[in-house]
Design a protein around this ligand. Sequence first.
Ligand code: ADP
Length: 151
Amino acid sequence: MSVNERTYIMIKPDGVQRNLVGKIIARFEERGYKLIALKLVHATPEHLEKHYEDLKGKGFFPGLIKYMASGPVVAMVWQGLDAVKTGRVMLGATNPLASPIGSIRGDYALSVGRNICHGSDSVESAEKEIALWFPEGIVQWTSELEPWVLE
Ligand code: ADP
């Protein structure tokens, strides 16, 4: 577990359409994570198939790609202590109905096919996803708040 761990977090088209972008960003900021990349992008099906390549055989795969390509997403990289695992806890379970109140999906979503957000499930997949969504690289900057967040 590293203090500089990075995770790829994405607000899906339903999160953008439902004006939840600010609320979701605020949760990561307020928790103490550092934003090191951010963009609004209307991804192509081909790009999304790469992102979800591990799920290619699943019955819901075509619907998932259609949903994800239906509008813009907010692609982000957040950095900080245990960002991958804690990021997933902040998102909630894949099925919003199984997500605790207080998590993003538990507070804002009902359906697994409209679950608002994505978060990397391991450090390795985070690295892969960051390279896929941010081939231009991330932004290096010094956070003056860091000593107040991390001992
Ligand atoms: P997670 O996004 O929590 O890592 P998965 O990698 O298993 O979950 O699935 C990727 C995405 O595919 C989910 O977030 C959800 O949008 C969609 N999905 C997963 N399972 C189903 C399903 N049974 N029906 C419809 N969509 C699904």
